[in-house]
Structure formats: structure tokens, C-alpha cells
Ligand binder design. Structure first.
Ligand code: NAD
Ligand code: UFG
Length: 335
């Protein structure tokens, strides 16, 4: 089967390309390289010993997308391509709405035109807003506090409406919790541009000495130790969740949480990282970050029941692999 992976050279996309190749799929990746590097193709090849086809295109461009479908018989799409920085989305909302929503519509139109029935979409736990934890798929969604979150809720809505029209279109809407870590080879991982917004890449850059200390955003939340609680999931577990979703698609649009079901606080992450890698992480407690919620973790029973998928890697592996990539990345960049 030929799977088109948009955003296939990005953080989650590159790990999913690996998981797909290992599961026996042919992979065609499409990426405009706005937040990734073309070298990831070689790294995916190094890890798997297999080739992927690559198109450097913008998936909001319908002609470019159609070219792929004219050249290949596509059996399914996994749509990762998107802009994802919450803070940036407040500053340039039009870019976020245009890129994330138009790309989804262009790809859905291509599915109709070329008779592709399988579609997997990258959504986010952010669509739950400040609901009560654990977040469960049938909860009413609460408004998110930023345009990025709104694009995910809107794309879910668009795809759900499309799937209501009688046809055998099968869509999985995957709500990711907090992906962290990297492939155990240290070859692919998360390499944000500039100062990281997310916790784990910030911690690894402190470990490397590139940043002086971690700033923990608030210790007065109603949580186990006052710091924010999230559901961190190893990116390889998440990647395997996509293969499971693809293999268990059913008619209509179906939502699945992809998380571990475990909440972990910021201080617990710091401790786990220190223990896994024997490196001290200096930190300072600062003001809460605007827009943060106290707790975010998944009810994962639906994915386990319907997809036969469950995250299996623990916090130690997440911290160890994140650090291995950061060290390796430094060497690659400096050499
Ligand atoms: P990423 O930025 O590493 O990967 C996205 C890839 O898409 C990049 O390689 C980028 O170059 C590409 N891209 C963006 N717009 C494009 C376009 N118009 N045409 C072609 N390529 C384009 O991000 P990621 O962390 O791998 O996230 C993948 C998806 O998962 C995104 O849709 C994101 O919103 C979603 N998601 C991520 C997280 C997270 O914490 N990483 C959480 C929830 C949901
Ligand atoms: N945090 C710090 N210091 C930092 C960075 C983060 O204390 O330098 C804290 C945050 O306050 C939060 C936790 O670490 O309590 C996790 O923060 P992240 O920025 O890593 O992740 P978020 O949960 O805020 O958001 C992430 C993605 C969103 C996605 C969401 C889904 O960035 O795109 O997970 O749950 F929508």
C-alpha cells in the first residue's frame, strides 16, 4: 500500500515514516521544509534500510498535490503538515488558519477526486480546552485560547462533516497529547528553531549547556506538586499509533486520544530526566505562562479497545532518547 505522509520530514512525521516502512508500507512524503530538513530522508533510510519517495511541495497548492496523485496510486493519507506553535499562532493567525485548514481541504478534495478512502489527521489534545481530566473523546470541546487550537477543532469539524455524507470514506482524528523523545538511534528527533517553547527540548538544551536553566511556569496549580501536569508520550509510541489507526479505520470519522493515560508534573519530568541521564537540570520557578491549564491527560481506553494500540515506552526511555538525540544533533551540527 502507498501512503502519502504530508509533513513527513517533521518531528512526528519522520518517526511515522519509519514505523510505516517497518510495517511494510510504501511511503511517499510531502513536505515544504518550512520546519524540517531534507537530510531526514537519509536518516529514515539509515534507520530502516528502505527508501521513501519525497516531494518538496506545499500541500495548500492543489496542483502540486494533484501531481502526486497523478503519479502514484495513493491508498491512504496521513496529514501531519501544519504550523504548530501556539504563541506564534496568536501573532500570525491568518497564516495558521490558511495553512492548516486549506491544506486539509485540498487533501480531502484530492481523496474525493482520486477515490482515496483512508485519511488520518493530526489533531491535538488542545481541542479539549480546560475540561475535566481525564479527557475522553466524547466530551464537549471547549474553546481553545489560541488560533492554532481553533484550526485543529475546525479541521476535525470539516472532516467529520465530509465523512457524514454516505460514502466509504474512513477518517481517524488523532488527538495527540505531549509527544517527546526520539528514535533510539538518535538520528531523528525534535529540533526546534530558536529557543524551544516546549518543555522537553528546553530541558535537553539546558542539559547541553545551551540554555542556563529551566524556567518552570508556576508552582501554584492544584496538582500533585503545584506544577503543570501533562500526558507525555514517546514519539515512537505515537508513530505506531498511526499505523494502528490506519489498519483499523472504519467508515465515518472517529476520534482517538493518543496518550499514555498518565499525568506527569514538570518537577517529575525534571527528576526523571536527571535520573535517566545523570545530569542536573537547574531550574527556577517563574510566573504561570498565559494560556496554560493545570492538568491535561488522556483517557486512552478507546484507542486500546478499537485500535488495539497502547503506549508502551516509559518516562525513562522518553528522557534518555530525547537526550541522545540532542547530543547527537549537536555533534552533527558542529561537525
Ligand atoms: P513539525 O513542525 O516538526 O512537522 C510538521 C511538518 O509539516 C514540517 O516538516 C513542516 O515543514 C511541514 N509543513 C508545514 N506546513 C506545510 C505545508 N503547507 N506543506 C507542506 N509541508 C508543510 O511538527 P510535528 O510536531 O511533527 O507535528 C505534526 C502535526 O502534529 C502537526 O499538524 C501538529 O499540529 C500536530 N501536533 C503536534 C503536537 C506536538 O506537540 N508536537 C501535538 C499535537 C498535535
Ligand atoms: N513548561 C515549563 N517551562 C518551559 C516549557 C513548558 O514549565 O520552558 C511547562 C508548561 O507550563 C506545561 C508543561 O511544561 O505545564 C508542558 O508544556 P509544553 O509547552 O511542553 O506543552 P503544552 O502542554 O503546553 O502544549 C503541547 C503542544 C501543543 C499541544 C498540547 C497538547 O505544544 O501544541 O501539547 O496537549 F496542543
Amino acid at each position: 500500500m502507498n501512503i502519502l505522509v504530508t509533513g513527513g520530514l517533521g518531528y512526528i512525521g519522520s518517526h511515522t515514516c519509519v514505523a510505516l516502512l517497518e510495517a511494510g508500507y510504501n511511503v511517499i512524503a510531502a513536505d515544504n521544509l518550512s520546519n524540517s530538513k531534507v537530510e531526514n530522508i537519509n536518516k529514515i533510510k539509515q534507520i530502516t534500510g528502505q527508501e521513501i519517495l519525497f516531494y518538496q511541495i506545499d500541500v495548500v497548492n492543489e496542483d502540486s498535490v494533484n501531481r502526486i496523485f497523478n503519479n502514484h496510486k495513493i491508498d491512504g493519507i496521513i496529514h501531519f503538515a501544519g504550523l504548530k506553535a501556539v504563541g506564534e499562532s496568536v501573532d500570525i493567525p491568518l497564516d495558521y488558519y490558511y495553512n492548516n485548514i486549506v491544506s486539509t481541504m485540498v487533501l480531502a478534495r484530492a481523496c474525493k477526486r482520486y477515490g482515496v478512502k483512508r485519511f488520518v489527521f493530526s489533531s491535538s489534545a488542545t481541542v479539549y480546552g480546560d475540561n475535566r481530566v481525564p479527557f475522553i473523546e466524547n466530551m464537549e470541546l471547549l474553546p481553545t485560547t489560541n488560533p492554532y487550537g481553533e484550526t485543529k477543532a475546525m479541521c476535525e469539524r470539516i472532516l467529520s462533516d465530509i465523512a457524514k455524507v454516505p460514502s466509504d470514506f474512513s477518517i481517524a482524528l488523532l488527538r495527540y497529547f505531549n509527544p517527546v523523545g526520539a528514535h533510539e538511534s538518535g538520528l531523528i528527533g525534535e529540533a526546534p528553531k530558536g529557543i524551544p517553547n516546549n518543555l522537553m527540548p528546553y530541558v535537553t538544551q539546558v542539559a547541553k549547556g545551551k540554555l542556563e536553566k529551566l524556567r518552570i511556569f508556576g508552582n501554584d496549580y492544584p496538582t500533585i506538586d503545584g506544577t503543570g501536569v501533562r500526558d507525555y508520550i514517546h514519539v515512537l509510541d505515537l508513530a505506531e499509533g498511526h499505523v494502528a489507526a490506519l489498519e483499523n479505520l472504519k467508515e465515518g470519522a472517529h476520534v482517538y486520544n493518543l496518550g499514555t493515560g498518565q499525568g506527569t508534573s514538570v518537577l517529575e519530568i525534571v527528576k526523571a530526566f536527571e535520573e535517566a541521564n545523570s545530569i542536573k537540570i537547574p531550574y527556577q520557578i517563574v510566573e504561570r505562562r498565559h494560556g496554560d491549564i493545570a492538568e491535561c491527560y488522556a483517557d486512552v481506553s478507546k484507542a486500546e479497545r478499537e485500535l488495539g494500540w497502547k503506549a508502551k515506552r516509559d518516562l525513562v526511555e522518553m528522557c534518555r532518547d530525547a537526550w541522545k538525540f540532542e547530543k547527537n544533533y549537536k555533534e552533527l551540527v558542529e561537525s
